[in-house]
Design a protein around this ligand. Sequence first.
Ligand SMILES: Cc1cc2nc3c(=O)[nH]c(=O)nc-3n(C[C@H](O)[C@H](O)[C@H](O)COP(=O)(O)O)c2cc1C
Length: 184
Amino acid sequence: MNFLLLNGSLSRTSHSAALLNSMQVKITQAGHSVYHHNFIEWPLPFYNPDLAKNGYGKQFQLFLDKLHAADGIAIATPLYHGSLTGVLKNALDYLPPSILKNKPIALANIGGSVRAGQSACEHLRTILRALSGQVIHMQVGCCSDDFTNRNGNISLSEQTIIDRTDNMTTELISVTGKFQQPVG
Ligand SMILES: Cc1cc2nc3c(=O)[nH]c(=O)nc-3n(C[C@H](O)[C@H](O)[C@H](O)COP(=O)(O)O)c2cc1C
């Protein structure tokens, strides 16, 4: 199966990217392929419906192709003022309403404070429902203290969050597999 990872952060030392990297390891170990899409390398301008006449350009086309190719998706975003980042919301604004139909999606949000909560995950659930996505039950809410930074190399280090992320990844793979089975 093919999995797409999306990061709401543009930081080159992103905690959200580190969490997605740990999901990538587990998905790859289970024998599946992973594409980690990068809005730093493939930035999308502010969505403007007037651009539709001439097409949205190759940056968007690549994003769309990767979404079409994905059987399952994982999204991690920093909390910005209690919600997902503008970068991520802008990317989702480009999408037609049924694009995520039958695509299981796992969510994580990363805040700066231990009491950050999971409001970006909850907001994403509402947005992804409008895009016909199948958001799985498990989600991860964590904060930058759950990571270790060794010379700019960031990785998850809090064991409860490592375990929860692993369990969420297992659920994502399992639910995605069920959507690949023929109905009946
Ligand atoms: C504009 C802005 C708003 C933020 N708002 C919150 C917030 O509401 N709650 C919180 O816990 N952290 C907040 N933070 C901190 C980030 O969520 C935190 O640094 C996160 O780890 C960044 O993720 P990244 O390393 O993947 O970019 C905010 C940071 C920025 C830049």
